[in-house]
Design a protein around this ligand. Structure first.
Ligand code: NCD
Length: 296
């Protein structure tokens, strides 16, 4: 696939070869990158972030490019003067070479793209998609296992509202993967993200032994009507050392972070815990993506 000059809005834009090519490039980025000197990236965040914004910025700086950043567009940008997303996109695109956006509403990043003269990358749009998190999740597993075909990939938690499981599911459709969806009743994986070979359960303990990948997610508190609704689901699953005894010896535990209580801290020292490694891998994957989008 051709990355150059493309907006990266959805997992649906990729294909199998394009993904593998990106992962090879990310692996090369692990030993250092460059080539974007003189290029500028803007990060526009309308929703909180710790990792994703820093990760994009770290990636751009490591490539020799520069950044301008607004971590709180809601409070401090012309959003407060009711400027449309489309106008904001058009304006910012006059000043930079690539724009990275996170927004709480599904589809809003596509709106900002409307008149942008430079590529826009979706860094999470509400409960919709988070393509680059999906990319780094797959990269982390691909790098360690050498392959994605043939794996059983478990997704655990708020599969309804989590944009991360949505993006993982959509990207994994390019591979021969068996899915195990584990969620509390009411937070099941939406129909549109289900495909191929999958099974479903409410009970993590019962199915954890089948999984090569245990992809945990937090209950997405900000997507519920009120605290009471959220509390019905909070604490549904807690992956602890006891439960890890039932997991495969070579399983990999993923989590996009932040965690609340769905992985006990004691699991951090289990060699199967990969969530901090994912953070590091995210920088390499974003370096590869920025390089491909800006240089081809
Ligand atoms: C995720 C997100 O923002 O969707 N975090 C991240 O980007 N690493 C996951 C989450 O917030 O639960």
């Amino acid at each position: 696939m051709d990355y150059k000059g493309q907006h990266i809005l959805s997992t649906k834009q990729f294909d199998r070869d394009g993904l593998l090519e990106l992962f090879e490039e990310a692996k090369e980025m692990e030993s250092g990158g460059g080539g974007l000197s003189g290029k500028l990236m803007a990060t526009l965040f309308y929703e909180p972030s710790t990792r994703t914004r820093f990760s994009f910025e770290s990636a751009m700086l490591r490539l020799g490019g520069g950044i301008i950043s607004n971590a709180d567009m809601v409070a401090t940008s012309s959003h407060r003067k009711k400027e449309s997303l489309e106008d904001t996109g058009k304006v910012v695109s006059q000043m930079v070479d690539v724009i990275v956006v996170r927004h709480p509403e599904e589809g809003s990043v596509a709106e900002l793209v409307g008149k942008s003269d430079v590529p826009v990358i979706n860094a999470g749009d509400g409960a919709g998609e988070h393509p680059t998190q999906g990319l780094l999740d797959l990269y982390t597993v691909w790098k360690e296992k050498g392959d994605l075909d043939g794996l059983t990939w478990g997704m655990v938690g708020d599969l309804k509202n989590g944009r991360v499981p949505h993006s993982q599911a959509d990207l994994l459709k390019y591979f021969d993967v068996k899915f195990v969806y584990v969620s509390p009743p009411g937070l099941e994986m939406p129909e549109k993200y289900r495909a191929g070979n999958y099974s479903e359960s409410n009970d993590l303990r019962e199915v954890i032994g089948e999984m090569d990948v245990i992809a945990m997610t937090r209950v997405q508190s900000e997507r519920f009507k009120n605290e009471e609704e959220y509390k019905k689901y909070a604490g549904s699953y807690v992956l602890d050392a006891g439960m890890m005894k039932g997991a495969k010896k070579d399983a990999m535990v993923l989590h996009p972070l932040p965690r609340v209580d769905e992985i006990a801290v004691e699991v951090d020292s289990d060699p199967r815990a990969k969530y901090f490694e994912q953070v590091k891998n995210g920088v390499f994957v974003r370096m590869a993506l920025l390089a491909k989008v800006l240089k081809g």
